[in-house]
Design a protein around this ligand. Structure first.
Ligand SMILES: Nc1ncnc2c1ncn2[C@@H]1O[C@H](COP(=O)(O)OP(=O)(O)O)[C@@H](O)[C@H]1O
Ligand SMILES: [Mg+2]
Length: 251
């Protein structure tokens, strides 16, 4: 089982979109996939067309419920664990010492063993929820856009990840994925050149471009692959799923 945190403290870079569409594409390739919503905003369930779920991961992290018991089947081979409306409380916990950071790791230990991929869709922050994700996983996928501020944020994130590696004495497998790419912008091209230079062999090969249709999907409760299967964006996400399986990176 590959347990992957989809992480970037910047909002709007495409974390949820990437998690949703990669998960769906992988499930279509016959993989068993679960996506866990670690963002208190709880957009994951509605992205798959489920109504807002009051309970989910919050019950696991706050009340010790079993994580598999909170999973909902949303498509063939594809389950989600919704955030639940109390999840934000984790950020405010000030008791429990370092154990607070291990809640998700403990919940996941021995769970979802029949799954091929488990994604954790992280919130756009760097608080206790993201700490829980970094304790739990050994693989991270960082969606990146071609903006200058995203680049600044990335160096901060990489530092955080390196700190965790030191403290936890482990090494993450780190992937970057270019999302919302605007090929007509020079800045986007410049950022890509910089990324390739700083992260050789770490950027997944397929670039996902900005496309208005993708932004329509959450409102429809469908993945782009279901909404417009023949579109360029659908093709990009299907290819990105194969990149992730084959660990295919940019030259
Ligand atoms: N390739 C894309 N083209 C156009 N819009 C996109 C694309 N990827 C994501 N979006 C839109 O951008 C917004 C932010 O994406 P989202 O996945 O929610 O980011 P995050 O989870 O990082 O905050 C959403 O409205 C989403 O529909
Ligand atoms: Mg999100």
């Amino acid at each position: 089982m590959r347990l992957i945190a989809v992480i970037n403290q910047k909002g709007g870079v495409g974390k949820t979109t990437a998690a949703v569409n990669l998960a769906f594409a992988l499930s279509r390739l016959g993989k068993k996939v679960t996506v866990i919503d670690l963002d208190p905003q709880g957009h994951l369930a509605s992205s798959f067309g489920c109504r807002q779920q009051n309970e989910g991961l919050d019950q696991v992290m706050l009340n010790g419920a079993g994580i598999e018991s909170q999973a909902i089947e949303v498509r063939d081979n594809l389950k989600i664990v919704p955030a639940g409306n109390q999840l934000h409380q984790i950020e405010q916990l000030n008791e429990g010492g370092t154990e607070r950071g291990r809640l998700l790791q403990e919940a996941l230990s021995g769970s979802f063993e029949d799954q091929d991929f488990v994604f954790i869709d992280c919130p756009p922050s760097s608080g206790m929820l993201v700490v829980n994700a970094l304790f739990a996983v050994d693989e991270v996928l960082i969606p990146m856009t071609g903006e200058y501020l995203a680049l600044q944020g990335l160096s901060h994130l990489i530092k955080t990840i390196k700190n965790f590696e030191k403290v936890l004495n482990k090494k993450y497998r780190t992937w970057l994925s270019i999302q919302r790419y605007q090929s007509r912008r020079r800045l986007a091209k410049d950022v890509m050149v910089l990324l390739k230079k700083h992260f050789p062999q770490r950027i997944l090969a397929t670039v996902v471009r900005e496309a208005a249709m993708v932004a329509e999907c959450p409102g429809l409760g469908k993945t782009i692959i279901e909404y417009k299967p023949g579109s360029r964006a659908a093709r990009e996400f299907r290819q990105l799923a194969e990149d992730l399986i084959e660990e295919k990176v940019m030259a």
